[in-house]
Design a protein around this ligand. Structure first.
Ligand code: M6R
Length: 607
């Protein structure tokens, strides 16, 4: 996955190493296993690398003043090779002539390594990145740097973004990509050049921005930007104008970004409802031009991963009831490898917080041409997903920093509900009863937030359990899937979600006094059924914590009352937020690294 950054000074006085470190901090959502930076100083390659986060690089670099014109940098999420300095990027080649940073996966790295080993090329790391570093270096002995890079990428299988520097061209940065984002921004005011996996990580300013398309190579200096195609021919690219406002996002007095982001959800939902309000209903102006296509639609496909997928799962039945379209929901990581009946007239909604999830992008690209229209429901306007979909609906929740998604998930769910209402408006289907219910969502969120201390007490009580089962029925089961994911991510405690009615078909064998069950009962029409299933767990000494709208004292004393403000339909939002608070306080009690949990990255940019 990883984040790539590069900087070339032109008219400003900015220091390349400091500038790269600043930029990297904005990219740590792409991984934080290790960080590194490299440059060329007086003809020598210099690199600083560390296991862990970017801040650790400062002390390595120390106070020595380097006279530099450019630098490249990297923050890593390990794919090949463990967490060590040798495996950190930049990788240096066997001839000590070039330093390279990489995002993506070189699928045929084993064959390429064998090819190079036969030429007596030696390796120091376990990374696929070192293979491409040495491959380019090897060909540099026979041809120009640009030709060597093009020759190397003609041999590479996989998707990647690569940025490197070479001693023989000490003022240039070379950048190559295939199906991975890599943007080059030239600052309007200073002409300084920024290169990044994500242009929103550029310093606050305005830029002429160009994305490198597949199998192109850019040769960048402070006086020129030349982009060549796969055959080495110059390409004219128009690019676009980008304004970056990188405000420092603070925790506002909370201990963790996750906690702040949970609390932001009440006013964010109010703002989203306000923005979409139209006459006595809700409306997406972004979809104005697609009304004809909505009327033509016969199916909706939803594609997403992780929490974004869970938002789709929860909303599916609501959307089906409201639009009367059959809805299929797909895990993006499985999509390309599964058989799909070609359905005519399908609107595809792709959900992603980051808009950079490789599985999601690959799934979109796989069938994009067959869809009637594609809608990105995404938090990042400049993302690859929003650029590749026909239409874009923003989540409007601001930057989400915590790896564990909270406010973005809630906005995805709320926006899916609102999309259902928009679609039914266009189709002339009545839904008036829902309008007042959906307007009550922020009040239900306020109510949950006011119960935080009770949730915290239970979270402490339950933090001794080694295994959790989350359960519910219908949309409460899907809500429990999301709650289990939250707990796993930040507490590292195994948690499984199971429909309450399925327990007796096998999983009930797991129940004993050491197993904690967290149950969500937010759908009154089926609550008696869920309670019967919980009685079966109770009878086997399982410990039960209940999130419910009333107290069924015969099951358990551990009940957190949830007031969904009269709405069963939208109850998944307050119940999910209750689940977020529960996981947060449980993980905090266990002293976990909540905002940046081990092994994870905010944006998963490899398949
Ligand atoms: O950026 P995306 O929404 O596409 O990311 C998808 C998942 O990786 C993401 O939701 C992940 O599951 C979160 N860490 C969950 O909290």
């Amino acid at each position: 996955m990883c984040g790539i950054y590069g900087y070339i000074q032109s008219k400003s006085q900015k220091k390349p190493l400091e500038q790269c470190l600043d930029g990297l901090k904005n990219l740590q959502y792409r991984g934080y296993d290790s960080a590194g930076v490299a440059t060329i100083c007086d003809g020598d390659l210099i690199a600083f690398k560390t296991v862990g986060k970017v801040d650790l690089l400062n002390s390595l670099i120390g106070s020595k003043k380097y006279e530099l014109s450019m630098a490249i940098a990297h923050t890593r999420w390990a794919t090949h090779g463990g967490l060590s300095t040798e495996n950190a990027h930049p990788q240096i080649d066997y001839q000590n002539t070039l330093a390279l940073v990489h995002n993506g996966i070189i699928e045929n790295h084993i064959q390429l390594k064998q090819f190079l080993e036969k030429k007596d090329v030696t390796f120091l790391s376990q990374t696929d990145t070192e293979v491409v570093t040495n491959l380019i270096s090897y060909f540099c002995n026979q041809m120009s740097i640009k030709e060597a890079a093009l020759k190397a990428i003609s041999m590479i299988e996989g998707s990647f973004a690569i940025v490197f520097i070479h001693k023989n061209s000490p003022d240039s940065i070379f950048a190559i990509a295939r199906s991975c984002p890599l943007a080059i921004g030239i600052c309007d005011h200073t002409s300084d050049v920024y290169i990044s996996s994500d242009p929103s990580s550029f310093s606050s300013s305005s830029y002429h921005t160009t994305f490198i398309d597949s199998d192109e190579i850019a040769v960048i200096s402070n006086s020129s930007l030349l982009i060549y195609d796969f055959n080495g021919k110059i390409k004219e690219k128009s690019g676009s104008h980008l304004v970056v406002k990188n405000k420092d996002i603070t925790k506002d007095g909370f201990d963790h970004y996750m906690h702040k982001e949970i609390h932001d959800q009440s006013f964010l939902c109010r703002e989203i409802l306000q923005k979409r309000k139209h006459q006595d209903s809700f409306y997406f102006s972004e979809l104005k031009k697609s009304e004809q296509k909505i009327k033509q639609t016969k199916h909706i496909d939803i594609i997403a991963c992780g929490s974004s997928y869970n938002a789709g799962l929860i909303a599916k039945e609501f959307l089906e009831r409201l639009t009367l379209f059959p809805i299929s929901i797909h895990l993006a990581s499985e999509y390309r490898y599964t058989f799909h009946l070609d359905k005519k007239d399908t609107t595809c909604i792709v959900i992603s917080q980051s808009g950079e999830t490789a599985d999601t992008l690959a799934a979109l690209r796989y069938k994009k041409e067959t869809f009637l229209q594609t809608i990105a429901l995404c938090n990042v306007e400049s993302s690859t997903l929003t650029r590749e979909c026909d239409l874009f609906i923003p989540l409007l929740v601001g930057k989400e920093i915590s790896v564990c998604s909270t406010k973005a998930f809630t906005s995805q769910l709320l926006n899916l509900y609102l999309l259902g209402i928009h679609f039914s408006n266009v189709l002339g289907i009545n839904h008036q009863k829902l309008i007042s219910e959906i307007n009550n969502i922020p009040f239900a969120i306020d109510d949950i937030l006011s119960k935080e201390n009770i949730i915290k007490e239970y979270a402490h009580k339950y933090s001794k359990y080694p295994f959790f089962l989350f359960t519910g029925r219908k949309d409460m089961y899907y809500t429990s899937i999301e709650a289990a994911l939250k707990l796993k991510e930040i507490s590292y405690i195994p948690a499984e979600a199971m429909p309450a009615g399925e327990m007796k078909h096998g999983p009930i064998a797991l129940i004993d006094k050491n197993m904690a069950t967290v149950a969500f009962i937010g759908n009154e029409e089926i609550s008696s059924k869920t309670l019967s299933n919980l009685s079966e767990i109770n009878a086997r000494n399982g410990q039960i914590l209940l999130f419910a709208s009333e107290i069924p004292s015969h099951i358990t004393k551990d009940v957190i009352l949830i007031n969904s403000n009269g709405s069963n339909t939208f109850a998944p939002i307050p119940y999910s937020i209750a689940g977020q608070l529960f996981s947060y306080h449980l993980a905090k009690n266990l002293d976990r690294e909540i905002d940046f949990p081990r092994n994870l990255a905010k944006s998963v940019t490899v398949e």
